[in-house]
Design a protein around this ligand. Sequence first.
Ligand code: ADP
Ligand code: ARG
Length: 336
Amino acid sequence: MMPIFSKDCKSLLCKYLTREVYDDLKDKKTSNGFTLKDAINSGVVNIDSGIGVYAGDAESYELFSPLFDPIIKEYHGFGVDDIHKSNLNLDDLDIKNPDPDGKYIISTRIRVGRNLKDFPLGAAITKEQRDEVQREVLEALKALNGSYYPLEGMSEEIRAKLTKDHFLFKAGDRFLEAAGLNRDWPKGRGIFHNDEKTFLVWINEEDQLRIISMQMGGDIKEVFTRLVLALGEIEKSVKFSYSNHLGYITSCPTNLGTALRASVHIKLPKLGSDMERFKKIADKYHLQIRGVDGEHSESKGNVYDISNKRRLGVSEVECVRDMYDGVVALICEEEG
Ligand code: ADP
Ligand code: ARG
């Protein structure tokens, strides 16, 4: 049955799931058995969703395009005839540390999401396939310096500390839960990282891989460089799901394209007391404001997570540049 949304529902799902779209898609199923009901369940259960949909495989984006296309258009400003282009050329990112004295920026983090080419995405994957993804990714990570810490068997104390220190994904996310992305938890999930915890890979959370580079301070170029070099190593042994139209295929349409989120944790007490002005600058520079514990969290002590909002139809270099330009503008405003 077509879901009925309350009047105050603001998700893109309730905006674009019209009766016509619903009737057109309700009986369709991808070759992995993923249905419209599966794609929309998270937004139906969580009426405070901003988006509300997840894909179960690359095919979902084609089969359910009457629903996904307008959502992608509204979030990324990216139309059905547009083409995505990747650019990871380090020489094209000409930036300096926007806060060399460390007055504002606490830390910098850049992550990309990736999924393996020959597997369904997490919402439609089987337990055996998920275990196989973990095995193939760990094989590829042998080329990099670090160790793997599976979630299964990890003490609650260590898990909670890794999450609190911003290194590990949180457990029990209700949006992922309703999307079917937490099935068989904690099996097949884990975190790989180097000793310094400046390079990390999350395995089998929202996406099969979240490849992360992070460090204290505001040297964005150094963080991006570490990420790009590691990506090159990983891609020598695994093939990622990529489409010429949508770029890297991800579970959530907000991450399509580059799947890159470049963020700083930044202290902005003045702007924090004038949220209207803060949001205006954020919109102008295509920034997203999150709380200090990540998505759906609140700011603490005037520290915000500032990141690029656009990920599709712009290259990786442009995504990082969006964040850099915005942070420069925010610091200028804070000082002015
Ligand atoms: P994602 O980056 O994968 O979209 P979240 O917004 O949930 O997901 O962030 C994941 C974790 O990364 C959270 O603990 C968050 O606080 C941490 N994080 C994000 N940006 C930074 C940063 N610049 N410095 C330190 N930790 C960060
Ligand atoms: N499904 C959630 C919502 O619609 C999250 C969307 C974006 N975030 C993400 N982690 N994919 O609000």
